[in-house]
Design a protein around this ligand. Structure first.
Ligand code: NAD
Length: 269
């Protein structure tokens, strides 16, 4: 697992001068939270993590103390709160964020495999006139899959191949470690297979998932096959892992791109 890019800031090129300011809070100051802080230094006003060291690290990146309690974040005037923490945080913290009238970006999208939680969050968002944003995460093509879903998707299959270390297991040769539907996959691999739930939401059909532990690879490979009235789609992503081996760099970039879109008068979707 040596091919990681430890750090980066994104070059926004021609759009940079026309980006609007936003007031952003971050829940979860790990890899994705840090990447957002690095790329939107002026916009990030607050952060919360159950690990104080992580909050200090983010404050250090921004050169100002932005650590807050969750209650302080609820009271702040923020345009967007990014959840980049865990499924547990979506379940326990996102409802109150929405009740306080804040738009929320959910990275731990696996939480939404729980249909009851999904409906509750939608209802609270609607009652409080706020939005829940779900970035494409570690795969792409959600836009096309969403469009295709309007005429019905017959079949959607995700095959994910990762190094066993990233899956938190020790396997000496290639082995299929899971086969079944997304809602089961996310219970068994809550930090590894968020993409399956994002794809299920986009397609409005539960994705069939195969997870392969492969010690011969260093990348996180996702292959998506979709068949429907529109025709067929084959998508392959060969992602470099970040410093957090379970998280692909592309997932952090997807959060950065979504914020950039919200800050820009140009929307490329
Ligand atoms: N949508 C996707 O495709 C995709 C891809 C990669 C990662 N993810 C998910 O995004 C999230 C963040 O990923 P990361 O790589 O930055 O993780 P990370 O482990 O580097 O950081 C997560 C941080 O959140 C904090 N945290 C966790 N639960 C918390 C809670 N209940 N309250 C307060 N703080 C809490 C942890 O202390 C940690 O500092 C994870 O849930 C991960 O599974 C989604």
């Amino acid at each position: 697992m040596s091919k990681t890019i430890p750090d980066f800031t994104v070059n926004f090129k021609y759009e940079a001068s026309s980006l609007f300011m936003m007031k952003i809070g971050i829940i979860g100051c790990g890899y994705i939270g840090s990447m957002i802080a690095k790329n939107f230094k002026k916009d990030v006003l607050a952060c919360y993590d159950r690990n104080t060291e992580r909050m200090n690290k983010l404050s250090h990146i921004l050169n100002r103390d932005i650590k807050c309690s969750f209650e302080e974040i609820l009271k702040m005037d923020l345009d967007l709160v990014v959840e980049s923490a865990s499924i547990d945080a979506v379940r326990n913290l996102v409802p109150d964020l929405l009740k306080s009238g804040k738009d929320v970006m959910i990275m731990s999208v696996g939480a939404l495999a729980d249909h009851e939680l999904f409906s509750t969050l939608k209802k609270i968002a609607s009652e409080n006139e706020c939005r829940i944003y779900i970035p494409h995460g570690a795969v792409g093509g959600l836009d096309a899959i969403r469009s295709a879903s309007f005429q019905g998707i017959e079949k959607i299959v995700l095959t994910t191949r990762k190094n066993p270390e990233a899956l938190g297991m020790s396997v000496l040769k290639e082995k299929t470690v899971f086969e079944g539907y997304a809602s089961e996959a996310i219970k068994k691999f809550p930090k590894n297979i968020n993409v399956s739930v994002a794809l299920s939401l986009a397609s409005e059909k539960e994705v069939y998932v195969k997870i392969i532990a492969d010690p011969s690879i260093e990348t996180n490979i996702h292959e998506i096959y979709v068949k429907g009235a529109f025709g067929k789609m084959n998508l392959i992503f060969e992602n470099l892992p970040s410093e957090n081996k379970r998280t692909s760099i592309l997932a952090a970039l997807s959060a950065i791109n979504l914020i950039r879109t919200l800050k820009s008068e140009i929307v490329i979707y």
